[in-house]
Design a protein. Structure first.
Length: 176
């Protein structure tokens, strides 16, 4: 494999990250992302994404791992990135994007098919994560209605409100 060549067609076998400890909001902010890939000959390729603090860019390094003990990294922080990326999925495409000022600030991966799956974006000296999903032209109204009803029931339960049976035709009681 040539230097700086992405492992297109290789299988994702692991992901490790280091979460930014200074950011206290709900957004997932990372200081490092490592994606481990394996080819048909069991060679391991490591793709590392690091934020460049001075320019809000993403530095991408690609290396073939010779020492198999380095294959599985650890995760620092509590987040759901592990569940978003399906291990065993092939990387089909990758886009390294440059903004209008010439900074490399996004890396987009496609797994299993050729449409984008996940984006890593440099912002505020960290890497933020965005997941892509298809937009459908028709919305199933009954599914939306059921979802709204379930959300209303969950909200009522969380507030300690319980509906009792109707006491008259047009009246219902709400009890705490």
């Amino acid at each position: 494999m040539a230097i700086n060549e992405f492992p297109i067609g290789q299988v994702l076998i692991d992901v490790s990250t280091i979460e930014d400890q200074e950011f206290d909001g709900n957004e997932l902010c990372l200081n490092e992302v490592k994606l481990y890939f394996k080819d048909e000959e069991n060679r391991i390729t490591l793709v590392t994404l690091l934020p460049v603090i001075d320019t809000d860019e993403i530095e991408v390094t690609i290396e073939v791992i010779r020492d198999k003990t380095q294959v599985h990294g650890s995760n620092v922080g509590n987040h759901h990135l592990q569940s978003l990326l399906a291990r065993g999925a092939k990387m089909m495409s990758v886009w390294v994007c440059e903004n209008t000022q010439g900074y490399q600030d996004q890396v987009i991966f496609a797994f299993q098919n050729l449409h984008p799956t996940i984006t890593f974006l440099a912002e505020g000296s960290v890497i933020k994560v965005f997941v892509h999903e298809q937009v459908h032209k028709k919305i199933d109204k009954s599914a939306k209605l059921n979802e709204a009803n379930n959300n209303a029931q969950i909200n009522s339960a969380s507030m300690g409100l319980y509906e009792t049976t109707e006491t008259s035709v047009n009246e219902s009681k709400i009890m705490k």
